[in-house]
Design a protein around this ligand. Structure first.
Ligand code: AMP
Length: 114
């Protein structure tokens, strides 16, 4: 998607601090971190929001979580606990229209989230 910020980050057209990338996924640090570790896990494929996922893409979310587990290990936040979050839709706070999993950790997390 030409005008998508996260597609541009994935393509290297806009700078970001990437911590991981492969053929399918890119992981980079959030520009406005809400925890000592706050990274975004995105598929390279442009999908606007969770509700646009099709049956054939159902495995994507599991793969993203497995990648989050790996990055959490890499960041040293596994034993302290971490949170993975998707915001779906404006009401939930989604502001970038390319699905992304937030991975947050490195501090105690409270519930409910704001
Ligand atoms: P959401 O509100 O769930 O759509 O999350 C979007 C996230 O993208 C927010 O946490 C923003 O801080 C983050 N963000 C926006 N622009 C950038 C950028 N250029 N590089 C890294 N993170 C960004």
């Amino acid at each position: 998607m030409k005008e998508c910020l996260f597609c541009k980050i994935a393509a290297g057209e806009i700078p970001a601090t990437k911590v991981y990338e492969d053929e399918q996924f890119v992981v980079f640090r959030d520009i406005n971190p809400q925890a000592p570790t706050h990274v975004l896990i995105i598929p390279r494929r442009h999908i606007e929001k969770l509700t646009d996922l099709t049956e054939s893409e159902s495995g994507l979310i599991g793969q993203m979580q497995l990648l989050a587990n790996k990055i959490a290990e890499q960041e040293g936040i596994t034993s302290g606990g971490f949170r993975t979050v998707f915001n779906c839709g404006e009401g939930a706070g989604q502001s970038v229209w390319h699905i992304h999993m937030h991975l947050l950790g490195g501090r105690p997390m409270t519930w409910p989230p704001g």
